[in-house]
Design a protein around this ligand. Structure first.
Ligand code: SF4
Ligand code: SF4
Length: 236
């Protein structure tokens, strides 16, 4: 048994997710990501089952593990009780811990996810808070978000939200006490440590590429990982 495989086995999601794959391909047939991306959960499961560290390291350094949408459809169909979705989550975590994510285009986008969504969770209590959305980062939305932000108060009132208000209701202000508690959860569960690793490994990659790193979503490196697309991810 390889050392990397042993590390994966310490992750309960991996331990619970990998029983004995018979290579039947049912997970791939049901997987929505496999329809869209050049991606095959069956191959991932059989690769990790080989216990071959070299192949597992290659997998964790590739785009492949970042295509999964974590929908868990594979969990419901596998005839042998494997859960490729959980195996992939464990591979992603280890890839982040070992700094292998910076070796692939989709992996490098972990910095964008961390800064655009992860940081918002800790600062607002929401994954996506309308007040923190930068419309320039979402050209695919056309003028919609810009209009929404300009009209946010009457819009939220019409929707019945308690936008940034005290007390209960959708999009209410999350108290500092609750945000502090959230931070403590991240501290004790290793979430903050993982955030820090994503930042530090990304910083190394930015230096290697000669791009300014910065701390927000406007820096050269952030914009690079956020906008680069080699168009090799999808089926023709
Ligand atoms: S993980 Fe399950 S569904 Fe997928 S190939 Fe293996 S046995 Fe079949
Ligand atoms: S959890 Fe991932 S691998 Fe499983 S069906 Fe969903 S997208 Fe596919």
């Amino acid at each position: 048994m390889g050392k990397v495989y042993e590390k994966l086995m310490q992750d309960v999601r991996f331990f619970e997710g990998l029983k004995a794959c018979i290579n039947c391909g049912t997970c791939t047939a049901i997987c929505p990501a496999a329809e869209f991306y050049i991606y095959d959960p069956r191959v991932i499961t059989t690769t990790v089952q080989s216990q071959d560290d070299e192949k597992i390291l290659e997998l964790m350094s590739s785009d492949t593990i970042w295509y999964c949408g974590e929908c868990m459809s594979c969990k419901t169909r596998c005839p042998r009780g494997n859960v490729p979705g959980l195996i992939i989550i464990a591979l992603r975590s280890l890839s982040q811990d070992m700094g292998l994510f910076i070796k692939s285009e989709k992996g490098r986008q972990q910095l964008a996810v961390k800064r655009a969504i992860g940081d918002q969770i800790l600062s607002t209590g929401y994954c996506v808070h309308p007040g923190s959305v930068d419309p320039a980062m979402h050209p695919e939305q056309g003028p919609v978000w810009e209009w929404e932000l300009e009209n946010i108060d009457p819009l939220m009132e019409k929707l019945g939200a308690n936008y940034n208000g005290d007390g209960p209701g959708a999009l209410r202000k999350i108290s500092q006490n609750d945000l502090d508690e959230l931070q403590r959860i991240f501290d004790v569960t290793g979430g903050q440590e993982r955030y820090d690793k994503i930042e530090s490994f990304s910083k190394e990659k930015a230096a290697e590429m000669g791009l300014e790193f910065g701390t927000d979503t406007t820096s050269e490196y952030f914009q690079h990982v956020y906008t680069t697309n080699n168009h090799k991810h999808n089926h023709e």
